[in-house]
Design a protein around this ligand. Structure first.
Ligand code: GDP
Length: 297
């Protein structure tokens, strides 16, 4: 399970409150201090932690909580609520186009898990929503990237549209839409060039593809294991591209949870999906409330 370190620390901080019949403001202060440390150790953004503790404290010291029969339980519920709120409250869904195809532009740094996720999403959409996806290879800088998309497409029997690496990414994306219309593909996933760092030329290319195909979703794929770096990357991409959501990959190996807990609060954009393993079936819709409950155990 993801976030086990954080889970353990939060659990320890809340345990003291759990069975208490009477909770004083001093008890709350002490618990908040421990929760704050646990979140900072988990690499949650500092300002996000401060706001979170402020919100929980304010609600916890209310008379309705302290004078209730189960104050400890109520405070744990408040922590749960606020954790869910931090990650976005409602589960964020994919916006389907009113007139098919739905177009998803996938962006992200190299190694984040973008190509893998393109295939995961295609398989998920076919299985859960009866879609007929088309994968589009727009990374024209690495022949290996086109090949990789073809390989994963083949593994799950999803068609891949490619025009090699000599044609511009914008032309490929535009041609792919025509192809989709003629072949009944109602869900088009555009895999774009990975990059090692935020790079102006490649960012411009993403803007050009966006302008050319008018995507219904722009999903940014980030690696949960990179913590606050992932959040900074998301801020930069969002500033240029105005993303519609985040895909948090490698959650299976993330014991801390800092990126997952901060990214919505910092960027305003929800996590829509999580990658939870290397297999193409290792994809989950991201539900903040369920995630909060999982973290609190
Ligand atoms: P890209 O450069 O962003 O297209 O990244 P890739 O899709 O090639 O993935 C990079 C590496 O991360 C590969 O070894 C993938 O198997 C691995 N990977 C991708 N998603 C996940 C995930 O959710 N969990 C784990 N454990 N590994 C992943």
């Amino acid at each position: 399970m993801a976030f086990e370190n954080l889970s353990e620390k939060l659990g320890a901080a809340l345990k003291k409150l759990k069975g208490k019949g009477v909770v004083t403001e001093k008890d709350i202060k002490e618990s908040m201090r421990e929760i704050k440390l646990a979140l900072l150790e988990a690499d949650v953004n500092y300002k996000v932690v401060k706001d979170f503790i402020g919100n929980v404290s304010e609600r916890a010291v209310g008379a309705d909580v302290l004078e209730s029969l189960t104050p400890g339980q109520q405070i744990i519920k408040i922590v749960n609520d606020e954790l869910a709120k931090l990650m976005g409250s409602d589960s964020a869904r994919i916006e389907f186009a009113k007139k098919p195809p739905t177009i998803v532009l996938m962006a992200g740094l190299q190694g984040a898990g973008k190509t893998t996720f393109c295939a995961k999403l295609a398989g998920f959409m076919r299985k859960k929503h009866n879609k007929r996806p088309l994968l589009v290879a727009c990374d024209i800088y690495r022949p290996a990237a086109v090949k990789q998309l073809e390989v994963v497409g083949k593994q799950i029997d999803i068609p891949v549209f490619q025009m090699g690496t000599q044609v511009s990414a914008v032309s490929i994306a535009t041609a792919a839409l025509e192809h989709a219309k003629h072949h009944g593909n109602d869900f088009v996933i555009i895999d774009t060039a990975g990059r090692l760092h935020i790079d102006d030329d490649l960012m411009q290319e993403l803007e050009d593809i966006k302008a050319a195909v008018n995507p219904d979703e722009i999903l940014l794929v980030i690696d949960a294991m990179t913590g606050q770096d992932a959040v900074n990357i998301a801020e930069s991409f969002n500033a240029r591209l105005e993303i519609s959501g985040v895909v948090m990959t490698k959650l299976d190996g993330d014991t801390r949870g800092g990126a997952a807990l901060s990214v919505k609060a910092v960027t305003g954009k929800p996590i829509k999906f999580a990658g939870v393993g290397e297999k193409l079936s290792d994809i989950e819709e991201f539900h903040p409330d369920r995630m909060a409950s999982r973290i609190l155990g």
